[in-house]
Design a protein around this ligand. Structure first.
Ligand SMILES: Nc1ncnc2c1ncn2[C@@H]1O[C@H](COP(=O)(O)OP(=O)(O)OP(=O)(O)O)[C@@H](O)[C@H]1O
Length: 236
């Protein structure tokens, strides 16, 4: 039986008095890639922000490894093994690629493990090794996305949350980023929650999928049925 590593129970969140996420219950199971799809403005980002502690939920609960963490601050979540890569990457553009990766390992208490992690990440994204001394802001969009994911992996998270990693990328780079997500999941056993709008390229990497519409889950289950364009459009 699959066990939830990260779980939202009836989660509600919004801005000011405006509620955007309306009672979302979703579980990320240990070892899986869960894909969250939905239209622009459906509330996907607001949902993961509330999950990760970037905003305080209006109601509901967040559980991590069975323990309630509702409203816990992002720093505590990172230290406890949850990583979040926001839309637009969240890298330090004026620092070198290497320095960005080092900063990614900042929360790791045992610094002696970092060189080996850096090697693993360079193995996953060889371009980051080639460009180690280059300023991060001069990397291409795809390379910046790889760097952002690499930074998140420096503290070996058990859960990785990715908010639209394909945004603004050329299709060949989207494929590269998607295959790296599969590789991270398989190689490191990381449980991954990914928000995407690129349906054709993200569906194949998902073990399960959910669709959020106006702040509610309207589909949760196998990804395959969503390959049916008509069904998908009905859900969107
Ligand atoms: N900081 C904010 N203050 C007020 N309203 C916001 C804020 N951020 C987002 N919203 C509103 O919340 C709604 C949901 O936005 P959200 O970013 O969660 O959607 P999304 O599904 O992630 O869409 P996208 O794919 O465009 O990021 C939108 O109507 C948006 O305008």
């Amino acid at each position: 039986m699959s066990t939830a590593i990260l779980e939202a129970r009836d989660l509600c969140a919004g801005y000011g008095k405006k509620q955007i996420v309306n009672g979302v219950s979703l579980s990320l199971n240990t070892g899986e890639v869960l894909l969250i799809l939905g239209h622009n403005g459906a509330g996907k980002t607001t949902f993961v922000r509330a999950l990760f502690g970037l905003m305080t939920p209006m109601a509901g609960q967040v559980l991590y490894e069975g323990k309630e963490i509702t409203g816990r601050k992002p720093a505590a979540n990172v230290a406890d093994g949850i990583a979040f890569v926001p839309q637009g990457h969240g890298i330090f553009r004026s620092l070198s690629v290497h320095d960005n990766l080092e900063l990614g390992g900042f929360v790791e208490p045992d610094k002696s493990v970092l060189p080996q992690r850096l090697e693993q990440i360079n193995g996953l994204f060889p371009i980051l090794k080639e460009r180690a001394s280059q300023t991060a802001g001069t990397l291409s969009g795809g390379q910046q996305q790889m760097l952002a994911i690499g930074m998140a992996l420096m503290h070996e998270p058990r859960v990785l949350i990715l908010d639209e990693p394909s945004i603004g990328l050329a299709p060949n780079l989207v494929e590269r980023v998607m295959s790296s997500i599969t590789e991270i999941n398989q190689r490191f056993g990381t449980s991954i929650l990914i928000i995407e709008q690129n349906v054709p390229l993200s569906l194949p990497i998902a073990h399960r999928a959910a669709v959020i519409k106006t702040g509610e889950v309207v589909y949760e289950g196998a990804p395959e049925p969503l390959q049916d364009h008509v069904k998908l459009m009905q859900l969107f």
